[in-house]
Design a protein around this ligand. Structure first.
Ligand SMILES: [Zn+2]
Ligand SMILES: [Zn+2]
Length: 253
């Protein structure tokens, strides 16, 4: 059996807090390591988790700074570690241009970064997974990602930053793990609408209706206490967890 684990390298939203770094989640198995988002500080988080090698691809959900500014540092770290294999970077339109601007000032890594820009519903093949880009409801072009194991049945779905959205709900139907943002609590529902984010309750409702096996809330604002988010989501979806930075969840086969 191919063990699949999900490492929550950074679980904070928008700005880092004392306990939570910026968006980064690694799906690892024996063939591949797929990093979804790479907020500032991700390189160090992966080092702390002993998970920096074995990375095969990075999927960026959107180009808000808290989701990708850690890429230059990560490329630098991988170069220092002696990586020589290509690294695939996938993301929304303009990823290439954004990277060129920021990575230009950095030391050129001793490996090739292959950058590809995705369109909605595009399916890409990574070593273990078929990955579908989900068009979500955020500010500007933003994707969630659905990872579907080719040789097995496991499915892991990422919402990225989004208001509750049909594309995520459909992809998450009966999935093993839904990693959904919960930037706000219900008391800030109006703010969630204005900024195109979700509340913990909304994430719970969506997960419950979709029949997901486990919901993991992430991208918590520094003002949201984990226990409040957990209580709010669990009231509608008992199968909910709120991982801390560097927590791992094993996805059973
Ligand atoms: Zn964000
Ligand atoms: Zn965002």
């Amino acid at each position: 059996m191919n063990d699949v684990s999900v490492l929550f390298a950074g679980t904070g939203g928008a700005t880092p807090s004392t306990h939570r770094g910026l968006a980064a989640t690694l799906v690892a198995d024996r063939r591949s390591g797929v990093l979804v988002d790479c907020g500032e500080g991700t390189a160090r988080q992966l080092l702390r988790a002993g998970a920096a090698d074995g990375l095969t691809a990075v999927l960026i959900t959107h180009l808000h700074a808290d989701h990708w500014l850690g890429l230059p540092g990560l490329l630098n770290l991988l170069g220092e570690q002696g990586r020589r294999e290509d690294l695939e970077l996938w993301g929304p339109p303009d990823l290439r241009r954004a990277l060129r601007r920021f990575v230009a000032g950095c030391t050129k890594p001793p490996f090739r970064t292959v950058v590809s820009e995705l369109t909605a519903d595009q399916v890409i093949e990574l070593p273990t997974w078929n990955v579908t880009a989900l068009a979500v409801k955020h500010r500007g072009r933003a994707f969630g990602y659905a990872l579907e194991e080719r040789a097995g049945r496991r499915r892991v779905v990422f919402s990225g930053d989004t208001a509750p959205c049909e594309a995520v709900a459909a992809a998450a139907r009966n999935c093993d793990l839904l990693v959904h943002e919960a930037m706000f609590l219900h008391e800030d529902a109006r703010r969630a609408r204005e900024t195109a984010h979700s509340t913990a309750r909304e994430a719970g409702l969506l997960a419950s209706l979709a029949g997901v096996r486990l919901l993991a809330l992430t991208h918590l604002s520094g003002r949201v206490r984990a226990r409040d988010a957990l209580a709010e989501a669990r009231a509608v979806c008992p199968r909910t967890v709120v991982p801390r930075d560097l927590d791992r969840i094993r996805v059973p086969g």
